[in-house]
Structures are given as C-alpha cells and as structure tokens.
Ligand binder design. Structure first.
Ligand SMILES: Cc1cc2nc3c(=O)[nH]c(=O)nc-3n(C[C@H](O)[C@H](O)[C@H](O)COP(=O)(O)OP(=O)(O)OC[C@H]3O[C@@H](n4cnc5c(N)ncnc54)[C@H](O)[C@@H]3O)c2cc1C
Length: 446
C-alpha cells in the first residue's frame, strides 16, 4: 500500500505487553464514558502473546501482588481483573485456598494472554516495528509512519496521529560476551527455556554451567537447574559480596504507589537520582528473600553431605572468556585479593539484566523534533511545534517518573493518564466537533 492509501489510525501502540494492554483497556473505558472511541491498533513482534515467555521456569513467581493487575488499582469492577480471570477459569476458590498474593508467573502469563485475546481485533502479531518516521503535511508533522517487518522480512507501513511506544527492555549482554552471539552455549536469561532445550543437559548429559549475576533471574535459573536438571553443576558468579534480598516491606513499598509518581516528577534531576538510588534495592540485583533461603538451604545441605555440586562465587569479576574445544574458559578476578583463576564451563547463562533504549532506535528518524526524549508528566515526549503528532513512552521514564515505570505497579493509573492525554491532544489537533459532556471533561483535563 502506498503511504497515502494507508489509513491513519488515532493511535498505534508499539508492543502489546502489559503496558499497552492496560492502555487498550483504559481506552475502552474512556470510550464508554465519553461516547467517542479512538481508532487504536497495537503491533507486537511476537507471533503469539507470551509474557517474558522463555523465562517462565516452573518455580518462578510474581514479585508483586495479583491485585496490581492491569485494572484493579483504577477500577476494581473491571471485567479484565485477575480475579475475574480466575472466576472465568473456575479457579477462584482454589486460588483463595493457596493463601497467597503472589501467583506463579506462568499463571500471570495466562491471565495476560486471556486479556490479549479479548483485544485480538485491535492487535497485529508478528509485526516488529523498525522505525517511526515523520509524516509531513504542509510543513507540519501531523501523523507518524510506523514501519514494521514480519518474520519473513516483509515490510508493512502503518500510519497514526499518535504512537505509544511500550517495547519493554532488551537483554543486556556484557561486552566480553558480545562475540558469542551465535554460540548456543552462551545465552541471556531472557532466552533461558529455549537455551536450555538446546543443551545436552536437557537429555540428561552432565554439564557445568556458569550463571553470571546474582539477581532474581540468576536465582530462578539456579533453582530450576538444581531441581530439574540433576546432571548439571552450577556456579553462580557475582561481583557482589552476597546475594541480597529485595526490600518488599510496607513502608518502602509505598514508593510503588501511584502518588509516588507525582513526588518523583516534582523533584529536581538530582533529587530524582537520589530517590532512585535510595530505593534501588527494591528491584535491581536483588532476590526474593524466600528464594534466597531456599538457595542457602541447598548449599548448606551440600556441606552436611560433603557432596558439592553447586557454588556461589562472590566478589568475582569476569575478566576474560575464551572458547576452547573443551568448553568456555572464564578468567575470574577475586575482587578481595586481586588473584585471577580460570574455570571451565560447558555453558554460560547471562543473568545480567535489561537495557531500556529501543525507544531511541525506533524514534531516531524523529530525533530533530524531540527534546532528547524528555517526557512530560503525562508521558508525552516533548517536541518542537512542527511535530503535531504525539508520542508517548511507557517503560522508558524511570528517571523522571520513578521505579514503577518498568514494572506492573502503576499500569492501571498510568494507562488512564495516557488515555486522557490522548483524547485531549487528538481533540486539539482535530477540526472542532461537538462534544458529549463526559468527553468535554476529559478534553479539559478533568
Ligand atoms: C523475567 C521478568 C520477570 C518480571 N517479573 C515482574 C514482576 O513480577 N512484577 C513486576 O511488576 N514486573 C516484573 N517484570 C518487569 C516487566 O517489565 C513488567 O512486568 C512488564 O512486562 C512491563 O510491560 P511492558 O508492556 O512495558 O513491557 P514488556 O512486557 O517487555 O512487553 C513489551 C512488548 O513489546 C514487544 N516488542 C518489543 N519490541 C518490539 C518492536 N520493535 N515491535 C513490536 N513489538 C515489540 C514485545 O514482544 C513485548 O510483547 C519482570 C520482567 C522480567 C524480564
């Protein structure tokens, strides 16, 4: 289709994970309230929806209450709540009997898939957005051209008056391992289940595996290998002095409340940096305390039986990695003594976290119009006046909006804030049209 023959949607959501699913629900509610619905389309590169699908090991659990689903904080009566999902699947009573706020991640993935199915008419899967470009009309950018590619490399052009970029994080690969991209013995935790299936240990062959990192992902991989792969010996390698607990205590948890976003946004850049640093141990390089206790128990029982299968190697910096016919040789530097030792492994799992910069790559063609990807309180990217089309970011605003930004914590509230802002800006940019009372309220920012 030529650009001019392509329909212009009101909004295109790039990525259809929890952030944009929450937005789809919020837009549905706003349309019911205002009597005017926006023409929204969501594009996702996955063929079918999965929530971090290759990390869903049997024992992995949520780090957040199920009440922080896609809707309940804003609208506990929504049909898209986790409780309604349980009810619809005939498991509400069994879930209550579990006496937990923390479902397994496999179940939350199923919940999200159930929501996604209900928006199937507004979603296109297998569409990886590669660029978002200006659509110029009489000197102003009044729409955006969203270019995507399917798994066969076929390109498709979409157009919209607004885009909401919610593409999540991408695997952070330490520089030393960059050259091992095509080596199936080295993989990031985001590909854990797939990666393990390619290794001989999945057929019961003995293997020595190094896990780099000591955060939640590393701990989950450790426990999965311990419980489900008896032929595997694991070394967990970390620069930290110990495996540290995630602070989930109630006063600290208030940093994830919607009101904390206002506080964070009101601070100076130094204040924001200081607050992020103060609460870092709620989310980064930390592990759920009950999982720490289970791992400690595993290592303790090795001491009792005097049969040593796994190790936790703390204060160790990976200095070099070389591929030999016998395996992968890691040179580790002891951060206390400065001494270097080599260790041979059959595979290495990089539990080294995630980066958040895809928005910069996707929006690069618009860079000249943007104020270095800075966003306002409504998550709208600040732009020069020639850019009338609007761009919103979800999951890339941690520095200004706080630690919840990359998590599930404030999704119901954030999606409504973005939804209302979308109504306002689309209304402003469009020719005047009669408004219903509720719609007028939204347009006025009520
Ligand atoms: C293993 C793991 C466990 C987690 N557990 C928790 C937890 O327990 N509690 C919590 O609060 N948070 C957790 N998180 C944080 C996580 O970021 C949020 O839970 C949530 O997934 C954020 O939703 P999102 O839609 O912003 O991003 P994502 O869930 O990452 O979704 C992004 C979507 O965009 C798609 N996409 C990416 N690039 C493109 C592109 N170029 N074109 C088209 N589509 C694209 C992806 O396929 C994906 O479906 C976890 C994260 C990980 C990695």
């Amino acid at each position: 289709m030529t650009p001019t023959a392509t329909p212009i949607h009101d909004v295109i959501g790039v990525g259809f994970g929890p952030s944009n699913m929450a937005l789809a629900i919020a837009l549905e509610e706003l349309s019911q309230a205002s009597g005017k619905s926006l023409d929204a389309l969501f594009l996702d590169k996955q063929q079918h929806y999965r929530w971090h699908g290759d990390t869903l090991a049997d024992g992995s659990e949520m780090q957040i209450s199920f009440l922080k689903d896609l809707v309940s904080l804003r609208n506990p009566t929504s049909p898209y709540s986790f409780i309604n999902y349980l009810h619809q699947h005939g498991r509400l009573i069994d879930f209550i009997n579990l006496s937990t706020f923390y479902p397994c991640r496999m179940e939350f993935n199923d919940y999200l898939g159930w929501v996604a199915e209900q928006f199937a008419d507004r979603a296109r899967y297998g569409q990886e957005v590669v660029h978002i470009e200006p659509g110029v009309n009489e000197g102003v950018v009044d729409h955006l051209q969203v270019l995507s590619r399917d798994s066969e490399g076929q390109e498709q052009l979409y157009r919209a008056r607004s885009v909401v970029v919610s593409t999540g994080g991408t695997a952070k690969i330490p520089g030393l391992f960059a050259g091992f991209k095509d080596d199936q013995r080295v993989f990031h935790h985001s590909r854990y289940l797939f990666g393990i299936r390619q290794l001989p240990c999945s057929q019961g062959a003995p293997m020595r595996i190094a896990i780099i990192g000591s955060g939640q992902s590393a701990a989950e991989a450790f426990m999965d290998l311990h419980e489900n792969f008896p032929s595997v010996r694991v070394d967990m390698i970390t620069r930290a002095s110990a495996m540290k607990p995630a602070d989930d205590t109630p006063f600290v948890n208030e940093v994830f409340a919607p009101a904390a976003t206002d506080l964070m946004f009101s601070l100076s850049p130094e204040g924001q940096k200081q607050l992020l640093g103060e609460y870092r141990n709620t989310n980064y390089s930390v592990v759920d305390p009950s999982l720490i206790e289970r791992i400690y128990g595993v290592l303790y029982r090795q001491k009792v039986s005097n049969r040593f299968r796994h190790s936790l190697l703390c204060r160790q910096q990976v200095q070099a990695v070389t591929s030999t016919p016998e395996g992968l040789v890691l040179t580790l530097r002891d951060l206390s003594s400065g001494q270097e030792n080599t260790h041979r492994y059959d595979a290495v799992i990089l539990a080294t976290g995630y980066e958040r910069n895809t928005h910069r790559n996707l929006l690069a063609p618009l860079k000249g119009y943007l104020q270095d990807y800075t966003v306002g309180r409504d998550y709208r990217v600040l732009t020069s006046p020639e850019l009338k089309a609007t761009i919103y970011l979800q999951g890339f605003c941690e520095n200004t909006h706080g630690l919840s930004d990359t998590l599930l914590s404030v999704l119901p509230v954030r999606s409504e804030e973005i939804g209302k802002s979308l109504y306002r800006t689309l209304e402003k940019n469009a020719a005047p049209a009669p408004l219903t009372r509720l719609h007028a309220e939204i347009a006025a920012g009520a």
